[in-house]
Design a protein around this ligand. Structure first.
Ligand SMILES: [Mn+2]
Length: 338
């Protein structure tokens, strides 16, 4: 993590009870909720008053995480959230690097005089926080929250509750420890979490074995009927219209992870998923090795993320957007086909 942090001033900040708000990115995933609630459960043990604010709601399979009842969803309970922001003395930004990632809640953070702390692993962090813990090599923000708690001298406070939260973020953001971002430090931290009492098999079941029948059938439909390969460029994609999503009673989060199946085919190195939601096309990109989908998302799809996992959006139709995807492939021919 960044070495420019004045650790004593940071420790001092938390030495007396504070009103703290923890925020995380739009469409919160396992790492967003796991890191936020892991930090929440730690800070309440230290005697602080803590609330978590998400820009919008998040999938049901994350609702079991300890502390979930203390989460305020900004676009549902805006007045309550605004009041919490107003009263906050410390505001955390977890798992995002820029206030644009939290939409309207970002304006409240801009206005606030609270001390701002960012803990995140996405590239190019914005400069608004007073303290920035940014490490793009870390597997997950949850791993960084573990290190943050240790830095504050409180490793002994990491219990089963905090552990379950952080484990959730690590296991989801590493694709169950298979993505290249998984380091030896990741496994060492997980070992510590298991020693703190985390039952990883139970947590795994709560996260991954929670498909609805509709979601499983939507996956089957994607793989059998919708997956399109452009083998010349070692690429493949799935595109789902709003009518198709409706047919399977689509709920937010239902297509989470679907994009990865395309990469499981031998010889395929670039995968995309396009879904027509809320009047825009949402795009997920995944790649293998040195194919930089963060750059691709930034250049062509109003997005960004990590080198091997990024997202974007398009205001054009599903047809035009997938056509654009096919048309840009020749630009990356050398890297895709090497
Ligand atoms: Mn993350």
């Amino acid at each position: 993590m960044s070495s420019s942090i004045d650790l004593n001033s940071l420790k001092n900040l938390f030495s007396s009870p504070k009103k703290i708000v923890i925020t995380t990115h739009k469409n919160p995933d396992g790492d967003a909720m796991g890191s936020s609630l892991g930090l929440y459960n730690y800070l309440i043990l230290r005697g602080h008053t803590v609330n978590v604010i998400t820009p919008n709601s998040y999938p049901q399979f994350l609702h079991w995480i300890p502390g979930n009842e203390k989460v305020t969803v900004f676009n549902k309970h805006t007045d309550k959230a605004k009041k919490l922001f107003e009263e906050a003395e410390i505001i955390f930004s977890l798992d995002y690097n820029n206030l644009s990632r939290i939409e309207d809640a970002g304006k409240e953070i801009e206005k606030s005089k609270a001390v701002k702390i960012m803990i995140d692993h996405h590239i190019e962090p914005a400069s608004y926080p007073d303290y920035t813990f940014s490490d793009t090599h870390k597997s997950s923000t949850s791993e960084m929250v573990y290190v943050f708690i240790v830095l504050l001298g409180d490793k002994n406070l990491i219990n089963n509750t905090i552990g379950e939260c952080l484990y959730t973020g690590i296991v989801t953001d590493t694709g169950s420890f298979r993505f290249p971002s998984t380091q030896s430090s990741t496994h060492k931290i997980v070992a510590e979490l298991i020693e703190a009492g985390v039952n990883h098999a139970v947590v795994y079941n709560r996260i991954f074995n929670t498909y609805t029948e509709d979601r499983l059938r939507l996956l089957g439909y994607c793989l059998f009927e919708k997956l399109k390969f452009i083998k010349e460029y070692k690429a493949g994609y799935i595109a789902l219209s709003k009518e198709e999503l409706k047919r399977f009673n689509f709920q937010a989060g239902d297509t989470e992870g679907f994009v990865n199946y395309t990469l499981s085919v031998a010889g395929i190195r670039l995968a995309a998923l396009f879904t027509e939601q809320e009047g825009i096309i949402r795009i997920s990109l995944r790649s293998e090795g040195d194919i930089d989908v963060n750059k691709m998302a930034r250049t062509h799809f109003n997005g960004g993320g990590h080198a091997n996992a990024a997202g974007g959006r398009s205001d054009d139709s599903l047809e035009i957007t997938t056509k654009r995807f096919e048309e840009i492939l020749p630009l990356y021919k050398d890297i895709l086909t090497k």
